[in-house]
Design a protein. Sequence first.
Length: 644
Amino acid sequence: MIKKYTHALLFLIISLLFSQLTQAQNINGIVNTYAKVTNINSNVFTIGSLGGRPGNQIQDFNAGKRVMIYQAKGATINTSNSNLFGDINALEEAGKYEITTVVTRSGNDITFANLVNTYNINDLVQLIYIPVYNNPNVTGTIHSLAWNSTNGYGGIVAIEANQLTLSANINVDGEGFTGGVASDNNGNGCVTIYRETNPIYGEKGEGITTYSNHTRGQGPLANGGGGGSTHNGGGGGGSNHGKGAQGGIGWSCSALTNAGGYGGTAMTYDNTGQRLFFGGGGGGGQQNNSIGTNGGNGGGIVMLLINELTINCPATHTISARGENSVDGGNDGVGGAGAGGVIYIYTQTYNPSSCNINLNVDGGNGGDVNDGGTHGGGGGGGSGLIYSSVAFPTGVNTSGSNGTDGDDNAGGSQSGDNGIDEPIDVVVDPGVPPGVDITKGPGGHTSKLRMWLKADADKLFAGPDLATPINNGQEVKSWENEANSANYIDILGANSQTTFLNYTSDQLNFNGIVRLNNTDRNLRSENSLTAQTLIVVTKSSVTTELDGLLGLDGDRGIRLSNNVNDWRSGGNNDWSNGGSSFINGVSGNTHNQEWHIVYQEKGTAVTNNLFVGGYFSGRPYTGDIAEVIAYEDLLTNQEQASKG
């Protein structure tokens, strides 16, 4: 699992050096900070008041912080007084989102660069601060601040991490769009009414449109379920990927005069995950005896950008975005249930061990009428959707079904239509979430990356100029640079004095390495490059003063001191001259000749050809290298802490 090791180790470099995160940080409760966007001027987003995690502050949106931009609404709908009311005409920007990094903050003005999408300030755009962890352990239920359309934010859990361990659940059940309220205590007769302002009809559940002229009556509000009509019609179920059910028929009504609210309009997703929607709220029931009920809330959204998802056995834990069940009622109309939300897991691997990780986006169940007479049970909520970047192994279980319709009476009869339950509620390998770029740079940081060498079998070659695939034990003659295909490491001379070892034993987490044996200016970049920051993962075997690990021609690099356990610091030719040196995240330059991470910054950038091992004649290197990274500039603390 070389790629798994590589990304995990690069995240470790970043977190060890510059964040104050522990190896196993315990997390629970609300971990995100939310802010409504009040103005957009090109790439500058102005935000209002904040909400979310304890201690949330404007500094959560400082330069370098990771942020999710999300627009909840914006769809246009059919507003005719007919059974077409609530059908979606165009999605517009509803559901669009992206993961990005703050460039600068000035007061409440947050500036980004190179955004993927455009957003409409009138349709509830929010910024969500994404915490970046190394190896967090979920020790108590994590949830979002529930969506609130008045505040204009909430409903989303977003986390970036290396290894995320579940010792508890992640739960955004019922934290999406809000269910409609029950009607005023009034009304009789069986009336079909699609749109109304009169509160004697149940309120429509919230959906992806901001339309607000007619919020009562049976027609859906995009994916929000319709409200119950007179007399005692049940509320319609909210929708998402699956379509919610129509509410129960009502008191003394027939199929021709059905008073139940319509199920919400089902949302159309593609296989790329470029839009995500909250579960629609269920419609409110119609009442005249003060014992009808409100609609259930839709499920929220979970976004995990991680290298590995694992679990603490023997317990089973769940990531859940279910729609909320509606509450049972008496001899009145009962509210419809909320629809399931979305779970999006962008990961390299799942590791459920011998336990189970459950992913659930079920719709909520419609409430029952607990009365002998037939009234209107609540419509079941539609299912949500699960996105995963890789296939699920045994032990990761998924559920995405519509909720059940509520009973119209104590005898258990039902008149809801069960909605439309989509047969496939999981999309595997949808591509990369908008704005995410973790494939071109260490930890996703690509700015001014000039060299990135990994000891992967598919990046090393037994011939010069990236020719001839390599096998275990063969001499390395060229090395692909993932940062820039036009510049790579090539053999200089007849022999490189290096060998590729793809260990089957645990040499370095069962990953390949390049072994340098007295390598003296044998591997050089094809072209010159400019560098100021060098990072090397290595295990040194040298015992000679001044032997060189890595550097640029002209005697500028990382070399030993007279103490062979020190990467020299302070001399004019040392890489850290005028800059900083860290070993495994600790300031200094002392190592123990075991595997370690060398991070050195130079006071000013220099330009020349890069040598791997023995960059100055007569000062060869002997040891193992797993990874080499070179940046043209210095990485800010925020950049490094945010690029896992």
